[in-house]
Write a protein of this length. Structure first.
Length: 387
């Protein structure tokens, strides 16, 4: 019997980090699972594509995300040990902020409450530890020594490969948006085939508002985002781990963040400002001159020795922001057996393992939907509060 003709317990649409971990978790719980993605796992159009993503525990006073990140880090490390792939770099994560910044102060309190290891650093302390970096006058920092960088594309590919080894069927198909209401018996593919299952999880990131435009077209906002990789001087290890951490700067309204020279690919710089709208299928992935100029300007100020560093490569991806920045993990209002999972909102990658566990509990154990993740809390007015 071909994979398309089987009847599955659950079909997961989307092989990004949320979909991959959902399929993996459901299979581990004994479910017959199909994972569907027309472009493949962690493909270049996906929000989960790209080389690296931050995993950090700090989230202001949003303890729900701190605890989710803590659980996810444990599951990522357990998984990488199981598959024998070193796809986590324990670089530590350094937050920097202006004096009295309330978000960073809330982060410090939440980390302490949740038992996360961290150090509070003065400007002098940061300069002593990281002489290759410049800091604004009066800036202070929080350093999470156990956090770091996930090698995103390869990590998702590894999760999908492990799921397939253990029985998940991977189907490279285009999925047509379902119509009707009640219990959905099957989804149809672009070639007209039906894939039948007891439940369906649409974990397709920036494709959610394309598949469900009336429901999500204004509740999830797609924006174009750019990241740049700059070369370091030959033989200069000041910009590689362990000399340099992953870092996030909350003293700058543009939200700059970056990575050390991981695996000799260059120092990565990105800005957390939301770019223009993007179509994940048809958009060209060519970086803008303005984005590169802004990245170079920041690079010169933060890392003076890299002022004239060559650009090695650039990536264009997208955010899919919900109105608040909270995840969307809830049942579709028109279908009893269809679930919507997405709204990574630029910070979701790290949470993939915990999200997969959570969706599995919703489907198999009838767990209650967390209000923060509910569809009801997603509005058409976008005021992102989660970073």
């Amino acid at each position: 019997m071909s994979p398309q003709n089987r009847i599955y317990d659950v079909v997961v649409i989307g092989a990004g980090v949320f979909g991959a971990w959902t399929a993996h978790s459901l299979q581990q719980a004994g479910q017959r699972v199909a994972l569907v993605d027309c472009y493949g796992a962690a493909h270049p159009r996906a929000s989960s594509g790209g080389e690296s993503r931050i995993i950090r525990m700090g989230y202001g006073d949003d303890e729900i995300y701190t605890r989710s990140a803590m659980r996810s880090l444990a599951l990522w490390l357990e998984f990488f040990e199981k598959v024998r792939q070193p796809l986590f770099h324990p670089t530590g994560v350094l937050w920097t902020a202006a004096p009295g910044d309330p978000y960073t102060e809330s982060t410090r309190q939440t980390l302490a409450r949740c038992g996360v290891r961290f150090e509070a650093l003065s400007t002098a302390g940061m300069k002593l530890r990281y002489p290759q970096m410049e800091f604004a006058a009066g800036a202070w920092g929080i350093f999470e020594p156990e956090s770091g960088a996930l090698m995103a594309r390869r990590a998702v590919e590894a999760v999908v490969a492990d799921a397939v080894r253990n029985g998940v069927a991977f189907l490279p198909e285009v999925v047509v948006a379902p119509a009707g209401q009640g219990a959905l018996a099957s989804i149809r593919t672009g070639t007209g085939q039906a894939i039948r299952a007891g439940a369906f999880v649409f974990a397709c990131g920036p494709w959610l508002p394309k598949l469900f435009p009336g429901l999500l077209g204004k509740r999830i906002e797609l924006t174009r985002q750019e990241a740049f990789f700059f070369g370091t001087p030959p033989g200069d290890r000041r910009f590689a781990p362990p000399a340099m951490p992953v870092w996030i700067d909350f003293s700058d309204p543009r939200g700059p963040y970056g990575f050390p020279d991981l695996e000799d690919r260059g120092v990565k710089i990105a800005l957390d400002e939301h770019g223009p709208p993007i179509d994940p299928d048809s958009a060209d992935r060519i970086p803008s001159a303005g984005g590169l100029a802004a990245a170079r300007e920041f690079l010169a100020g933060r890392f003076p020795a890299l002022r004239h560093a060559p650009l090695l490569e650039a990536r264009v991806c997208q955010y899919e922001n919900t109105s608040s920045g909270d995840f969307l993990i809830d049942r579709h209002p028109d279908f009893t057996n269809v679930w919507l999972v997405g709204g990574g909102s630029g910070h979701g990658f790290k949470h993939g393992p915990a999200a997969g566990e959570y969706v599995t509990a919703l489907l198999l154990n009838g767990a209650a939907t967390e209000p923060r993740y509910s569809l009801a809390t997603k509005t058409e007015a976008h005021r992102r509060k989660v970073f």
